[in-house]
Ligand binder design. Sequence first.
Ligand code: NAD
Length: 255
Amino acid sequence: PGIPTAAVSRLVTYLRILEELERAEVPTTSSGALAERAQVSAFQVRKDLAYFGRFGTRGMGYTVSVLKRELTRVLGLNRSWSVVIVGMGRLGQAIAHYPGASEYQFGYVGLFDVKAELIGTPVDVPAQREGVSGSGLAASAQPRQLNIQHIRDLTAFAQQQAAQGRAIDMGFLAVPPEHAQAAAQSMVEAGVKGILNFAPTLIQPAQDSAGHERGLQEISDEWRDVMVENVDFLVGMKRLAFYMLNPQLRDQDPE
Ligand code: NAD
Protein backbone atom coordinates (compact mmCIF):
# COMPACT_ATOMS: atom_id res chain seq x y z
CA PRO A 1 0.00 0.00 0.00
CA GLY A 2 1.35 3.39 -0.95
CA ILE A 3 0.98 6.77 0.65
CA PRO A 4 -1.54 9.20 -0.88
CA THR A 5 0.17 12.04 -2.75
CA ALA A 6 -2.07 14.47 -0.85
CA ALA A 7 -0.55 13.19 2.41
CA VAL A 8 2.96 13.89 1.10
CA SER A 9 1.84 17.38 0.02
CA ARG A 10 0.48 17.97 3.53
CA LEU A 11 3.80 16.86 5.05
CA VAL A 12 5.43 19.68 3.08
CA THR A 13 2.86 22.06 4.59
CA TYR A 14 3.50 20.74 8.12
CA LEU A 15 7.22 21.21 7.58
CA ARG A 16 6.69 24.82 6.53
CA ILE A 17 4.58 25.41 9.65
CA LEU A 18 7.28 23.83 11.83
CA GLU A 19 9.87 26.12 10.26
CA GLU A 20 7.69 29.11 11.10
CA LEU A 21 7.23 27.86 14.67
CA GLU A 22 10.97 27.39 15.02
CA ARG A 23 11.63 30.92 13.79
CA ALA A 24 9.10 32.13 16.37
CA GLU A 25 11.03 30.09 18.97
CA VAL A 26 8.03 27.93 19.84
CA PRO A 27 9.53 24.75 21.38
CA THR A 28 6.60 22.32 21.23
CA THR A 29 3.41 21.87 19.26
CA SER A 30 0.48 19.47 18.94
CA SER A 31 -1.50 17.80 16.18
CA GLY A 32 -4.33 20.22 17.02
CA ALA A 33 -2.12 23.28 16.57
CA LEU A 34 -0.59 21.95 13.34
CA ALA A 35 -4.08 21.06 12.09
CA GLU A 36 -5.42 24.54 12.73
CA ARG A 37 -2.61 26.17 10.78
CA ALA A 38 -2.73 23.62 7.96
CA GLN A 39 -6.54 23.84 7.82
CA VAL A 40 -7.09 20.14 8.24
CA SER A 41 -8.33 18.09 11.20
CA ALA A 42 -6.08 16.94 14.04
CA PHE A 43 -7.03 13.39 13.07
CA GLN A 44 -5.68 14.06 9.57
CA VAL A 45 -2.37 15.32 10.96
CA ARG A 46 -1.95 12.26 13.18
CA LYS A 47 -2.91 9.95 10.32
CA ASP A 48 -0.46 11.62 7.92
CA LEU A 49 2.41 11.46 10.40
CA ALA A 50 1.57 7.85 11.27
CA TYR A 51 2.44 6.79 7.71
CA PHE A 52 6.05 7.53 8.51
CA GLY A 53 6.47 6.42 12.09
CA ARG A 54 5.84 7.60 15.62
CA PHE A 55 7.04 11.14 16.21
CA GLY A 56 5.42 12.32 19.42
CA THR A 57 4.69 11.03 22.88
CA ARG A 58 0.99 10.39 23.39
CA GLY A 59 -0.61 13.36 25.10
CA MET A 60 2.66 15.29 25.06
CA GLY A 61 2.64 16.72 21.57
CA TYR A 62 5.73 17.20 19.46
CA THR A 63 9.07 18.89 19.96
CA VAL A 64 9.21 21.35 17.06
CA SER A 65 12.91 20.84 16.25
CA VAL A 66 12.62 17.04 16.39
CA LEU A 67 9.52 16.82 14.23
CA LYS A 68 11.04 19.29 11.79
CA ARG A 69 14.21 17.23 11.52
CA GLU A 70 12.22 14.00 11.06
CA LEU A 71 9.96 15.44 8.34
CA THR A 72 13.02 16.89 6.60
CA ARG A 73 14.53 13.41 6.58
CA VAL A 74 11.30 11.67 5.52
CA LEU A 75 10.92 14.09 2.61
CA GLY A 76 14.52 13.53 1.52
CA LEU A 77 15.38 17.18 2.10
CA ASN A 78 18.45 16.43 4.20
CA ARG A 79 20.43 15.40 1.15
CA SER A 80 21.38 17.39 -1.91
CA TRP A 81 19.62 17.07 -5.25
CA SER A 82 21.23 18.01 -8.55
CA VAL A 83 18.72 19.58 -10.88
CA VAL A 84 18.76 20.58 -14.55
CA ILE A 85 16.23 22.88 -16.18
CA VAL A 86 15.22 21.97 -19.73
CA GLY A 87 13.60 24.90 -21.57
CA MET A 88 15.02 28.29 -20.63
CA GLY A 89 12.16 30.47 -21.90
CA ARG A 90 10.01 32.65 -19.64
CA LEU A 91 9.18 29.92 -17.14
CA GLY A 92 12.62 28.28 -17.14
CA GLN A 93 14.28 31.63 -16.45
CA ALA A 94 11.80 32.39 -13.66
CA ILE A 95 12.43 29.00 -12.04
CA ALA A 96 16.20 29.41 -12.32
CA HIS A 97 16.06 32.76 -10.53
CA TYR A 98 13.62 31.77 -7.83
CA PRO A 99 15.55 31.38 -4.58
CA GLY A 100 13.02 29.02 -2.92
CA ALA A 101 14.58 25.81 -4.26
CA SER A 102 17.90 26.54 -2.63
CA GLU A 103 16.26 26.84 0.79
CA TYR A 104 16.69 23.09 0.72
CA GLN A 105 19.53 21.42 -1.06
CA PHE A 106 18.12 21.60 -4.55
CA GLY A 107 20.93 22.91 -6.69
CA TYR A 108 20.81 23.75 -10.36
CA VAL A 109 23.76 22.22 -12.17
CA GLY A 110 22.74 22.70 -15.80
CA LEU A 111 20.37 24.72 -17.97
CA PHE A 112 19.32 23.53 -21.44
CA ASP A 113 17.49 24.86 -24.47
CA VAL A 114 17.53 24.52 -28.26
CA LYS A 115 17.39 28.18 -29.31
CA ALA A 116 20.69 29.32 -30.85
CA GLU A 117 20.52 32.80 -29.29
CA LEU A 118 20.16 31.32 -25.81
CA ILE A 119 23.02 28.82 -25.99
CA GLY A 120 26.02 30.10 -24.05
CA THR A 121 24.02 32.80 -22.26
CA PRO A 122 24.96 33.07 -18.58
CA VAL A 123 22.13 32.85 -16.04
CA ASP A 124 22.40 33.58 -12.32
CA VAL A 125 21.20 30.73 -10.17
CA PRO A 126 20.84 30.73 -6.38
CA ALA A 127 23.58 29.19 -4.30
CA GLN A 128 22.98 25.64 -3.19
CA ARG A 129 22.83 25.14 0.53
CA GLU A 130 25.18 22.52 1.77
CA GLY A 131 25.19 20.31 4.82
CA VAL A 132 22.52 19.98 7.47
CA SER A 133 23.29 20.71 11.06
CA GLY A 134 21.06 19.78 13.97
CA SER A 135 18.53 22.54 13.64
CA GLY A 136 19.00 23.86 10.15
CA LEU A 137 21.10 24.29 7.09
CA ALA A 138 24.65 25.46 7.23
CA ALA A 139 25.96 28.59 5.57
CA SER A 140 25.38 28.72 1.86
CA ALA A 141 27.88 29.11 -0.94
CA GLN A 142 28.10 32.10 -3.29
CA PRO A 143 25.46 32.60 -6.00
CA ARG A 144 26.58 31.06 -9.25
CA GLN A 145 26.26 31.53 -12.97
CA LEU A 146 25.50 28.76 -15.42
CA ASN A 147 25.72 29.02 -19.20
CA ILE A 148 22.74 27.65 -21.08
CA GLN A 149 23.73 24.54 -23.04
CA HIS A 150 22.16 22.83 -26.04
CA ILE A 151 19.87 19.94 -25.15
CA ARG A 152 21.86 17.69 -27.48
CA ASP A 153 24.75 18.02 -25.00
CA LEU A 154 22.67 16.85 -22.05
CA THR A 155 23.80 13.21 -22.20
CA ALA A 156 27.50 14.13 -22.35
CA PHE A 157 27.00 16.64 -19.54
CA ALA A 158 25.20 14.02 -17.42
CA GLN A 159 28.05 11.54 -17.94
CA GLN A 160 30.60 14.16 -16.99
CA GLN A 161 28.64 15.02 -13.84
CA ALA A 162 28.28 11.35 -12.92
CA ALA A 163 32.02 10.82 -13.37
CA GLN A 164 32.54 13.53 -10.76
CA GLY A 165 30.11 11.82 -8.40
CA ARG A 166 27.39 14.42 -8.97
CA ALA A 167 24.87 12.53 -11.09
CA ILE A 168 21.84 14.54 -12.16
CA ASP A 169 18.88 13.63 -9.97
CA MET A 170 16.02 15.58 -11.47
CA GLY A 171 15.04 17.73 -14.39
CA PHE A 172 12.51 20.51 -14.56
CA LEU A 173 10.79 20.46 -17.91
CA ALA A 174 9.66 23.91 -19.11
CA VAL A 175 9.32 23.60 -22.88
CA PRO A 176 6.17 24.19 -24.98
CA PRO A 177 3.77 21.24 -24.76
CA GLU A 178 4.43 20.13 -28.35
CA HIS A 179 8.13 19.66 -27.52
CA ALA A 180 7.66 18.17 -24.06
CA GLN A 181 7.73 14.54 -25.14
CA ALA A 182 10.94 14.87 -27.14
CA ALA A 183 12.63 16.91 -24.41
CA ALA A 184 11.57 14.38 -21.76
CA GLN A 185 13.00 11.62 -23.94
CA SER A 186 16.33 13.48 -24.08
CA MET A 187 16.30 13.72 -20.29
CA VAL A 188 15.57 10.04 -19.81
CA GLU A 189 18.27 9.06 -22.30
CA ALA A 190 20.68 11.16 -20.26
CA GLY A 191 19.72 9.13 -17.18
CA VAL A 192 17.51 11.71 -15.43
CA LYS A 193 15.17 9.69 -13.20
CA GLY A 194 12.82 12.39 -11.97
CA ILE A 195 10.99 14.88 -14.17
CA LEU A 196 8.98 17.83 -12.88
CA ASN A 197 6.84 18.60 -15.91
CA PHE A 198 5.49 22.13 -16.19
CA ALA A 199 4.15 21.66 -19.73
CA PRO A 200 0.38 21.17 -19.80
CA THR A 201 0.64 17.78 -21.46
CA LEU A 202 1.11 14.26 -20.20
CA ILE A 203 4.48 12.71 -20.80
CA GLN A 204 4.14 9.20 -22.19
CA PRO A 205 7.03 6.79 -21.94
CA ALA A 206 8.14 5.32 -25.27
CA GLN A 207 5.75 7.27 -27.45
CA ASP A 208 7.93 9.43 -29.66
CA SER A 209 9.30 8.76 -33.10
CA ALA A 210 12.80 8.11 -31.80
CA GLY A 211 11.23 5.25 -29.86
CA HIS A 212 10.31 3.45 -33.03
CA GLU A 213 13.74 3.93 -34.53
CA ARG A 214 15.51 2.66 -31.44
CA GLY A 215 13.13 -0.13 -30.50
CA LEU A 216 10.36 0.15 -27.94
CA GLN A 217 11.87 -2.38 -25.55
CA GLU A 218 15.04 -0.38 -25.17
CA ILE A 219 13.06 2.81 -24.60
CA SER A 220 10.68 1.28 -22.09
CA ASP A 221 13.68 -0.09 -20.14
CA GLU A 222 15.01 3.46 -19.90
CA TRP A 223 11.67 4.71 -18.60
CA ARG A 224 11.13 1.91 -16.09
CA ASP A 225 12.26 3.77 -12.98
CA VAL A 226 11.53 7.30 -14.16
CA MET A 227 9.07 9.36 -12.14
CA VAL A 228 7.13 12.19 -13.70
CA GLU A 229 5.38 14.74 -11.52
CA ASN A 230 3.08 17.15 -13.35
CA VAL A 231 2.74 20.74 -12.22
CA ASP A 232 -0.11 22.58 -13.84
CA PHE A 233 -1.37 25.78 -12.28
CA LEU A 234 -4.37 25.65 -14.60
CA VAL A 235 -5.53 22.59 -12.63
CA GLY A 236 -5.58 24.75 -9.49
CA MET A 237 -7.41 27.50 -11.35
CA LYS A 238 -10.08 25.10 -12.63
CA ARG A 239 -10.43 23.50 -9.20
CA LEU A 240 -10.87 26.93 -7.64
CA ALA A 241 -13.54 27.82 -10.20
CA PHE A 242 -15.36 24.55 -9.52
CA TYR A 243 -15.35 24.98 -5.74
CA MET A 244 -16.34 28.65 -6.00
CA LEU A 245 -19.39 27.57 -7.95
CA ASN A 246 -20.02 24.60 -5.64
CA PRO A 247 -18.85 25.66 -2.16
CA GLN A 248 -21.03 23.02 -0.49
CA LEU A 249 -18.99 20.30 -2.21
CA ARG A 250 -15.73 21.44 -0.66
CA ASP A 251 -14.09 18.52 1.12
CA GLN A 252 -12.28 19.97 4.11
CA ASP A 253 -10.43 16.81 4.85
CA PRO A 254 -9.20 15.42 1.55
CA GLU A 255 -7.39 12.10 1.49
P1 NAD B 1 8.70 29.84 -23.79
O1 NAD B 1 8.28 29.66 -25.19
O2 NAD B 1 9.00 31.18 -23.26
O3 NAD B 1 9.98 28.92 -23.50
C1 NAD B 1 10.09 27.58 -23.90
C2 NAD B 1 11.56 27.29 -24.20
O4 NAD B 1 11.70 25.90 -24.45
C3 NAD B 1 12.08 28.03 -25.43
O5 NAD B 1 13.23 28.79 -25.07
C4 NAD B 1 12.41 26.92 -26.40
O6 NAD B 1 13.51 27.22 -27.22
C5 NAD B 1 12.69 25.76 -25.46
N1 NAD B 1 12.62 24.44 -26.07
C6 NAD B 1 11.80 23.98 -27.05
N2 NAD B 1 12.04 22.69 -27.32
C7 NAD B 1 13.06 22.30 -26.51
C8 NAD B 1 13.76 21.08 -26.31
N3 NAD B 1 13.47 19.98 -27.01
N4 NAD B 1 14.73 21.05 -25.39
C9 NAD B 1 15.05 22.14 -24.68
N5 NAD B 1 14.41 23.33 -24.82
C10 NAD B 1 13.43 23.41 -25.71
O7 NAD B 1 7.54 29.12 -22.92
P2 NAD B 1 7.22 29.37 -21.36
O8 NAD B 1 6.22 30.43 -21.22
O9 NAD B 1 8.47 29.44 -20.61
O10 NAD B 1 6.47 28.02 -21.01
C11 NAD B 1 7.16 26.77 -20.97
C12 NAD B 1 6.18 25.68 -20.59
O11 NAD B 1 5.66 25.93 -19.31
C13 NAD B 1 5.01 25.60 -21.53
O12 NAD B 1 4.66 24.24 -21.69
C14 NAD B 1 3.94 26.36 -20.82
O13 NAD B 1 2.65 25.93 -21.18
C15 NAD B 1 4.25 26.03 -19.38
N6 NAD B 1 3.83 27.03 -18.41
C16 NAD B 1 4.20 28.33 -18.56
C17 NAD B 1 3.82 29.27 -17.61
C18 NAD B 1 4.21 30.71 -17.69
O14 NAD B 1 3.72 31.49 -16.83
N7 NAD B 1 5.04 31.13 -18.61
C19 NAD B 1 3.06 28.88 -16.52
C20 NAD B 1 2.71 27.54 -16.40
C21 NAD B 1 3.12 26.65 -17.34
